[in-house]
Design a protein around this ligand. Structure first.
Ligand SMILES: Nc1ncnc2c1ncn2[C@@H]1O[C@H](COP(=O)(O)OP(=O)(O)OP(=O)(O)O)[C@@H](O)[C@H]1O
Ligand SMILES: [Mg+2]
Length: 510
């Protein structure tokens, strides 16, 4: 008791000096000492304990006002009357298992004391202040759950979640070994993770047949105690080799069925205490959440992959029909027109003796045929230049630049690349150079294309007006779509007055 009085004096001094830090430190260090004696249950007991708590402070009177539960939080309101803060009200919260005493007068949280809320018999909410040992045990359990929950929310791998769960369950329960199994469709189960006190490795990935008890657990979803271990249990030799005498199995439920099971076992004579199953449930729920998240992630990922693939197929199909059209026009109508021009030229020579009116008609036809040839050539170049298909990207870009009104510095790899890469690169360069001519007012522009590792890097730059805005037309937006559909990236840098640089990085898939 004299200890308590000394303690109370230190609180009192800190409190009256308005020294929140010292006050908080005292509570953090010492209140558990005092609380060991206050093993309380029920509303009256809490109020009583508060009355006693405040009585530790001579001259400080705290009157418990009311207690209520909200969202799993037990709130005890205490009216405090003292010299320092008259009429100030303090509120003590029990939140998620941990006590916090908050003073509204100073508008600051001053302390965090370990204590835990549990529903008491007949109470809507009651408070148990556990013994210090129990408090530490629960705190450890909360820490372990938090550790696993953090991994789950971060989307860590199955492997990491399973390994961590095996390790922390063993720590929290003081078990000698833990193991995590997945039930398979063919009446077997697979060991997916394990932890053993002495670091003995267990055969992860091994699959064994179920026995009757495990079949029952899978059917009912109820925890089960194996005391002693049955001879026909799968992995019983490995368990015995570890010195295991008894084990508890808690199933992992996912989507309304039993996905797997977690075991905790001990070597000693004494089996794990009653209530252990309940303490394992929080962990199995986290394992299930992690599995459900992973499934959701996989289905979203599959959807994204499907969409990306279909986008790429659309572009590839369009390219292929362009190539076919280009080939057909080039090999068909264009050739025939060329032939017509030649024939007409020969005919006009032969008719020199009778120049009029046949010569006039032929001359006119010749003019039309030549115009049609040149129009067709332009059309075919717009679809895809023949030089691209025949001579590769360098030849395609050279023929593109030959028709432009400004000189372009060219540095284009001579390497032949897969058709989709060449076609996309060509469209990027063609649109970028068209924009240079149409919008930039540049004095110089250049194209650089080279292969870096397994990527083709295309850079088109000009020293013109800058300020390119993909939202203002359809050309640049079309390029983004095309490049991204092929799993590439496109970056447009175009500060106003600072020229424009387009950089496309395209995969070279052979
Ligand atoms: N190299 C450039 N220099 C300056 N401005 C540019 C350049 N490239 C594009 N822009 C600006 O960005 C806008 C969008 O370009 P985009 O290519 O998307 O459309 P567009 O060329 O106007 O039309 P189109 O759909 O025929 O390509 C252009 O209208 C122009 O104002
Ligand atoms: Mg454009």
């Amino acid at each position: 008791m004299s200890d308590l009085l000394a303690l109370a004096r230190r609180y009192y001094d800190a409190f009256n000096a308005h020294d929140l830090e010292a006050y908080a430190a005292l509570l953090d260090e010492d209140v558990e000492l005092a609380m060991d004696a206050w093993n309380l249950r029920g509303r009256e007991a809490v109020c009583d304990s508060f009355a006693r708590f405040w009585r530790l402070f001579p001259g400080v009177v705290g009157v418990p006002q009311r207690m209520f539960a909200a969202d799993g939080t037990v709130v005890v309101e205490v009216r405090r009357e003292n010299r320092v803060a008259e009429d100030a009200a303090s509120t003590a919260h029990v939140t998620g298992g941990a006590w916090e005493i908050i003073t509204t007068a100073e508008a600051a949280r001053i302390v965090h004391v370990r204590g835990f809320s549990v529903p008491g018999p007949g109470d809507r909410a009651a408070v148990v202040m556990p013994s210090r040992r129990e408090a530490y045990r629960l705190a450890d359990e909360q820490d372990a759950l938090r550790e696993v929950a953090t991994l789950v929310t971060r989307g860590s791998s199955e492997r990491e979640v399973f390994d961590t769960v095996s390790r922390v369950i063993a720590r929290v329960l003081r078990a000698d070994a833990t193991s995590l199994f997945r039930f398979e469709d063919d009446d077997t189960l697979t060991l997916v993770a394990a932890w053993t006190r002495h670091g003995v490795p267990l055969p992860i990935g091994k699959r064994r047949a179920l026995n009757a008890q495990l079949r029952e657990i899978r059917a009912t979803g109820e925890p089960h105690r194996f005391e002693p271990l049955p001879d026909d249990a799968p992995f019983v030799e490995e368990a015995r080799a570890l010195g295991t005498r008894s084990a508890i199995g808690v199933p992992i439920a996912l989507d309304g069925r039993v996905w797997g099971i977690v075991f905790a076992s001990t070597e000693g004579e004494k089996p794990l205490p009653a209530g252990t199953e309940a303490r394992m449930v929080g962990f199995t729920a986290l394992v299930a959440t992690s599995l459900a998240n992973a499934q959701a992630r996989t289905s979203v990922q599959q959807l994204v992959e499907q969409l990306t693939a279909s986008r790429a197929r659309v572009v590839a199909a369009a390219d292929e029909s362009r190539r076919r059209l280009q080939r057909d026009v080039h090999d068909g109508a264009q050739q025939r027109l060329v032939q017509t021009v030649i024939n007409l030229k020969l005919a006009s020579q032969a008719l020199e003796e009778h120049p009029w009116p046949a010569a006039h008609l032929i001359g006119e036809s010749l003019l039309h045929a030549e115009r049609a040839t040149s129009e067709l050539r332009d059309l075919v170049r717009g679809i895809l230049p023949a030089s691209l298909a025949r001579g590769g990207l360098r030849a395609g870009v050279e023929s593109l630049c030959a028709d432009l009104p400004i000189a372009i510095d060219l540095d284009v790899t001579a390497a032949r690349l897969p058709a989709p890469t060449e076609t996309t690169a060509y469209f990027v360069i063609a649109e970028a150079l068209t924009n240079v001519v149409k919008h930039a007012g540049a004095t110089s522009a250049g194209v650089k294309v080279n292969v870096e590792d397994d990527r083709l890097v295309v850079v088109v730059r000009d020293d013109g007006a800058g300020g390119a805005d993909p939202g203002a037309g359809s050309g640049l937006t079309g390029l983004f779509d095309r490049v991204e559909a092929g799993d590439g990236t496109l970056v447009v840098e175009s500060p106003p007055g600072g020229g424009t640089t387009l950089r496309a990085t395209l995969p070279v898939i052979r």
